[in-house]
Design a protein around this ligand. Structure first.
Ligand code: PXG
Ligand code: PLP
Length: 451
């Protein structure tokens, strides 16, 4: 059989055509199931996606928790287009360009006093690796190289690279990948539906779970621990809001033992909780802050790792012609991402989006908790403009019920996220009351039809 002539240097393929969905190995997706009945998005504006079959779909997930200012921002599109025409790329190592310095200087103004330097990456996963490496190297550089242990938490999600899955606490993300990083231990997670089900905001019970850090520190000797990494609110594993006093207690234990506290704010950063960052919301100051998703409103990959002045200054020793930290990415702080970041900050600032969640939080919590009595709902959690509805799993078929809700919601014009049997919601920060009502009306209708 004749194979059609390939264009250019392309090799003949095994029957693939432009319309074939096969070649793309999709991330975190049931590939075969998806490709049998694909769900394609072809446009987006404001709070809505447009599906390939021409329907408006309300975005209750900010894409994947990243389009915080809503879709289709003209000013960000213009900034990106202009930047590509003006300076498309500049080498990241031993060279610079103005916009990345401007972005860094603006971003650090959102940080607590004393956190005033930022290292750029291209994703949350890279921010995690960068933060962990900074923590380890910091102790080494200041002559305390016996601090080599990293402490994470069960149900923590810190991206998919080796450091992140090592400190992370999701078995599926870890089990096939060998021995991972050594010298890692985990605290228990804080999810306690027996005592805390249907809490509005921070749950009452569980601050004492922070004492796991004290116990682990005692086991290994505190002087061997470099850092502890937590999501202030665990996002990916189902919106686990920290119990009252928990993060404060972690901070105290870290201070007592000279352990760095890393907040992974990849989801909680940039207004998600109704404050610019989670450290504002909880009033607890970490030593290192990891961010990514909200930095560029999702349009160009970018992450940012913020560190205390003391950490940066510790590296700035030795001969000035020497590279102080052997780490960096080809695309760290690249001009197009930097331009997108600056335009995104302009949008956040001019519309007050980083605190808008606080104004909407009550309406959000009311809508969410109004679903309490619906079938299969076993818990509802909220904080700022994040929410989760936990469903009773179908016996012997975990995840099926929530996935059915996801499919039915999409059919009904609503994009939600599911993780296990938990529905997670995180709408763009521009959401209006009428859209909150539409969201929960639609979702309520979906939940009523579930088997
Ligand atoms: N840390 C945290 C706390 C995250 O939530 C990452 C690191 C990794 O970021 P990148 O950019 O490498 O994906 C994340 C990402 C979901 C979902 O719906 C969550 C994430 C990514 C995709 C989907 O649960 N979190
Ligand atoms: N692999 C090879 C062979 C490389 O040359 C590089 C960068 O120069 C990388 C991986 C890392 O790529 P990046 O800097 O985009 O993370």
């Amino acid at each position: 059989m004749a194979t059609s002539e390939p264009a250019g240097n392309a090799r003949p393929t095994s029957g693939l055509t432009a319309n074939n969905l096969e070649a793309f190995w999709m991330p975190f997706t049931a590939n075969r199931q998806f490709k049998q009945a694909p769900r394609l998005l072809v446009g987006a504006e404001g709070m809505y996606y447009r599906s390939a079959d021409g329907r408006q779909v309300l975005d209750a997930t900010s894409g994947l928790w990243c389009v915080n200012a809503g879709h289709g921002r003209q000013s960000i599109a213009d900034a990106v287009g202009n930047q590509i025409r003006e300076l498309d790329y500049a080498p990241a190592f031993q060279m610079g360009h103005p916009k990345v310095f401007e972005l860094a200087a603006r971003l650090v103004t959102y940080m607590p006093t004393g956190i005033d330097h930022v290292f750029f990456t291209n994703s949350g996963s890279e921010s995690v690796e960068t933060g962990l490496k900074i923590a380890l190297a910091y102790h080494g550089v200041r002559g305390d190289g016996s601090r080599f242990r990293l402490i994470g938490r069960e149900r923590g999600y810190h991206g998919v690279n080796f450091g992140g899955i090592s400190v992370g606490g999701i078995v599926g993300n870890r089990k096939h990948f060998g021995t991972l990083l050594t010298g890692v231990d985990h605290m228990r997670h804080t999810h306690d539906p027996t005592r805390n089900a249907f809490s509005r905001g921070e749950p009452e019970h569980g601050a004492e779970l922070a004492d796991d850090l004290e116990r682990i520190a005692t086991l290994h000797d505190p002087s061997t621990i470099a850092a502890v990494i937590v999501e202030p609110v665990a996002g990916s594993t189902g919106v686990l809001v920290p119990p009252k006093g928990y993060l404060q207690r972690l901070r105290e234990i870290c201070d007592r033992h000279g352990i760095l506290l890393i907040f992974d704010e990849v989801i909680t950063g940039f207004g998600r909780l109704g404050t610019p960052f989670a450290f504002d919301y909880f009033g607890v100051t970490p030593d290192i802050v990891l961010t990514a998703k909200g930095v560029t409103n999702g349009v160009v990959p970018m992450g940012a790792v913020f560190v205390k002045k003391e950490i940066y200054d510790t590296f700035m020793q030795g001969p000035e012609n020497m590279i102080e930290f052997f780490h960096g990415y080809t695309y760290s702080g690249n001009p197009v991402a930097s331009a997108a970041g600056l335009a995104t900050l302009d949008a956040y600032e001019s519309e007050g989006l980083l605190t808008r969640g606080a104004d909407m939080a009550d309406a959000w919590a009311d809508g969410l908790h109004s679903l309490k009595e619906l079938p299969h709902v076993v818990d509802i959690r909220n904080c700022g403009l994040v929410g989760a509805i936990e469903l009773e799993p179908i016996a012997g078929a975990p995840t099926k019920r929530a996935f059915a809700a996801f499919l039915a919601a999409f059919e009904a014009g609503l994009l939600i996220r599911t993780t296990g049997d938990i529905i997670a919601l995180s709408p763009p920060l521009i959401i209006q009351k009428s859209e909150i009502d539409l969201l929960f009306d639609t979702l309520g209708g979906v939940l009523k039809t579930l088997e």
